[in-house]
Design a protein around this ligand. Structure first.
Ligand code: NAP
Length: 267
């Protein structure tokens, strides 16, 4: 990871002025650790989070123009996968006073990369990231949890480095890979986990008096997945071009397992 320094409004210290767009579950989760580390946080969202933000010491902007006028080092996009294009497309980006680092946290990566390259001013830097954890897996700290990133367009290395340090100093496993590599791997791992969790949710599996450790693990998967929004799950499919094939692979695999079992009765 490059650590070369260049100018930034906060270059005299490690603290950053970070503006969160989309202050739902995941935006709030990240904000708490960022505040603990001494960064200055601001937020804007479709829903009015003024009261919650007040309690957390965050300035909340109902008006996105005033938010952009506030002059941030980093604009952190925490909207749903499905709404990113609409949200960023409706921001009056000509209000940006200076080159700004845009970071996204979406659980798919090619889609935000394409959208941001298309709509952001050329002078804005772009860091696509996916913290591979959430409020459940990260509730007792972020040590050893994976943080994926792709420096899509970075000229201000100092600000980018400071941002990545937020996760590195919490003990995250920092993994640099392309957005395409991420989406291929995540279709095989995260999307399959969510699909199985959703299927177990449909079956309404519950603890029994004779649970094995394996079954307890499945219940945990189901509970974690069902605790995240359906928009998130839908986004994993709609905006990851590798997901459809993995869904078909899963369907075929289940069919093969069933066929083999039925054959063994017939033999
Ligand atoms: P989510 O359902 O994926 O996203 C909720 C956020 O999107 C809220 O801030 C919501 O704004 C905003 N939003 C939804 N539809 C909108 C629309 N039409 N217009 C404007 N804003 C809209 O739930 P999430 O768990 O908070 O995830 C946020 C992002 O983090 C997603 O991109 C997800 O892939 C990523 N992520 C989540 C996790 C996790 O564990 N939850 C982990 C890693 C990455 P309001 O709150 O103002 O309604």
């Amino acid at each position: 990871m490059s650590t070369s320094s260049s100018s930034s409004s906060s270059s005299s210290s490690q603290s950053l002025k970070i503006g969160i767009v989309g202050f739902g579950t995941f935006g709030q989760f990240l904000a708490k650790t960022m505040i603990k580390q001494g960064h200055t946080l601001m937020a804007t969202s479709r829903t009015d989070y003024s009261q919650l933000c007040h309690q957390l010491g965050i300035h909340f902007f109902r008006d996105v123009t005033a938010f952009l006028d506030a002059g941030m080092d980093v604009i952190l996009l925490c909207t749903s996968i499905l709404s990113l294009s609409e949200v960023v497309g409706s921001m009056p980006l000509d209000r940006l006073k200076r080159p700004t680092l845009f970071v996204d946290v979406l659980s798919v990566k090619e889609h935000p990369k394409d959208v941001l390259l298309k709509v952001l001013p050329e002078e804005s830097d772009i860091l696509c990231t996916h913290p591979m954890f959430g409020p459940v897996s990260g509730k007792n700290g972020w040590t050893d949890l994976t943080f994926m990133f792709d420096k899509v367009r970075i000229r201000d290395e100092a600000t980018c480095f400071k941002y990545l340090q937020i996760f590195a100093t919490e003990g995250c496993k920092m993994v640099e890979m392309t957005c395409e590599e991420h989406d291929k791997a995540a279709a095989k791992s995260q999307f399959i986990t969510h699909t199985i969790g959703r299927a177990l949710g449909e079956m309404d599996i519950k603890p029994t008096p004779v649970d094995t450790k394996g079954f307890q693990a499945l219940i945990q998967v189901k509970d974690t997945v069902m605790g995240s929004s359906y928009d998130l799950y839908s986004g994993l499919f709609v905006h990851n071009r590798f997901a459809r094939q993995e869904l078909e692979n899963l369907e075929q695999a289940l069919y093969k397992v069933k066929e083999k079992l039925i054959q063994s009765i017939d033999e």
